[in-house]
Write a protein that binds this ligand. Sequence first.
Ligand code: NAD
Ligand code: MG
Length: 402
Amino acid sequence: MNEQQHTKPDAVTSPSGVGGKRIAIFGSTGSIGTQALDVIAANPSFFSVEILTAHNNDELLVQQALKFNPNIVVIGDERKYSKVKEGLASTDIKVFTGEKSLEEVAAMDCYDLMLAAIVGYAGLRPTLKAIDSGKAIALANKETLVVAGDIIMQRAVEKRVPVIPVDSEHSAIFQCLIGETRNRIEKIILTASGGPFLGRKPNYLVNVKREHALQHPNWTMGAKITIDSATLMNKGLEMIEAKWLFNLKPDQIQVVVHQQSIIHSMVQFEDGSIKAQMGLPDMKLPIQYALAFPKRIANNFPRLDFRKMNTLSFEEPDLKTFRNLALSMEALQKGGNLPAIMNAANEIAVYAFLKNRVNFLDMTDVIEKTMQKVSFIEKPSLEEYFESDGEARNFAADLIKL
Ligand code: NAD
Ligand code: MG
């Protein structure tokens, strides 16, 4: 069988024979993906790995596959197919390639839970396919909800599949809401570290270079989200992500800068009581929680010691300097296809910044102009979300002359 040409892969059963939840990691070579594999390696009786996918890091994908022995791997870049096939020649692991196979594999029977850890818009279709196939989702890919949150959550309800957040803030809120199903949320408080340029002003930011923006004070993450954290776009995307995950109105979502990243976020209830979830900043914890939910698994991650923690500080975000957050609030308020337009323009702008094609502040201008230009649709269909994404990408790329 040539899996490359094979359009409808057959369902295959677990070769590992180990019990526990069967996990598909979409985006296994990324920051979230590799940390998830660490969690799984430490808990072989809880999890088995059934699917691994990567965009173009063939070497790491092969290495991961040899270690975790999944049923299937997908290498997005078709030019890397033969390398992966060769690397796994001594195994019976099936190898697929191309964008379409991500969706086909997402629809297969061989797994229980998808960890959606692809970065950006590219994660939307496979995640939707997994939901339509009745799979539980551990969601790291926030862009999926930013683009088409109403449709994603609606489908999840129809299919009765849980969407468990991996993003640390949303994991915190999710954990605070356990046992509170009958109680109304007054508001949620999303904490933001403020990123590497907290306190800086535009005259400084205009000269910021790629390497500097890639240094985050508290978290080590993929390049795109690291830049999003430096511009505060990440917090904006998270506000929209929270709206859909927890069915909130825009004015129920507040952002507060909390530099130490110890309180991962909070929920305030109608009686004024506030619950917070805390811990050292370590993505393995929300990843493990989402994979194991509703169980908590013992681990030896470093513990927070309050006796050594003498300051927890809070301040308002500077919306005048970090205008991406203000634009996100506008997109959150107006809704429709505006968040999808903003997200697409942001992906193009971040990509251009990472290639040293635009400066730090230009990113915001590109996003703002694109949001003004692409036609607003109040209640888009899925197709219209896709079209808005494409239109916004083209417009933003033209602005930058990519
Ligand atoms: P990353 O860049 O480190 O990894 C991205 C993964 O997606 C890689 O495996 C890559 O091969 C794959 N990928 C990239 N482009 C693709 C494409 N076009 N098609 C298919 N696969 C593709 O990113 P990351 O930091 O792990 O982030 C993943 C997602 O999780 C993002 O949506 C991010 O916002 C979210 N997230 C990450 C963190 C973190 O700590 N890294 C925290 C919260 C949320
Ligand atoms: Mg986050």
